[in-house]
Design a protein around this ligand. Sequence first.
Ligand code: HEM
Ligand code: HEM
Length: 186
Amino acid sequence: MQWRNSQGGYGAAAQIVHWFSVLLVGVAWTLGTVGEDLPRGGARELGEQIHVSAGELIAILLIIRIGWRLIDPPPPPEPTPLGSLGDVAARIVHLALYALLAAVVAFGVATQFADGDSLSLLGIADIASPWIKDKSFAHDMKEIHEALANGLIILAMIHAGSALVHHFVFRDRTLSRMAPRFSKSG
Ligand code: HEM
Ligand code: HEM
């Protein structure tokens, strides 16, 4: 298994972080969206715990990914008929995805603290809220958290759609070099 990126594609480290983050975003967004429909009590509390833990794992992976990216830069983009305009657009989308991941988590934490609630760190430890409960501030933080989370999902869908266009229309290796099979064959 090749851990580092190469000129030809993403190594296992970048791929694992990418696909595990995708899974966690799916879990966090689904539980955030349907969480209030869960029956009050144990089920809802478990849903909230998983929601917050998924967000915390996303933050940990984000820090690992950004650090790893500095010592192991991504492979150059595959050439497409769109030329450098397409490459710049893809870079902006990647940057925006990173920024949105960080912002969603930050406003999630702010929502929790503004509610006066402590933040459970992966169910292992608790950080008490440094703020006094403020209902209207908490409501604003939650609205922003939700809007950013929905924005993240929309942008991720555009991003995934572009990966599919690369694969099926341009017929290049953009998607396959982010797919696990690459590290075995390459
Ligand atoms: C440490 C990370 C996170 C924390 C502490 C957090 C915290 C919260 C809190 C306290 C709520 C309000 C629950 C309620 O009172 O009803 C919430 C709702 C929500 N969260 Fe998160 N969250 C985090 C990460 C995420 C992530 C990564 C996503 C999505 C990618 C996300 C998406 C949502 C959504 C869609 C809602 C529903 C908003 C609504 O309809 O009211 N959260 N979150
Ligand atoms: C929540 C969902 C997603 C997020 C947050 C996300 C985020 C990212 C980020 C930040 C990068 C840049 C990696 C780097 O070089 O540092 C990337 C690359 C990539 N992603 Fe995603 N992604 C998501 C979902 C998907 C899905 C569903 C697909 C496939 C259908 C996909 C396919 C790719 C591919 C092929 C690349 C490499 C692009 C290139 O070589 O320029 N992603 N993704």
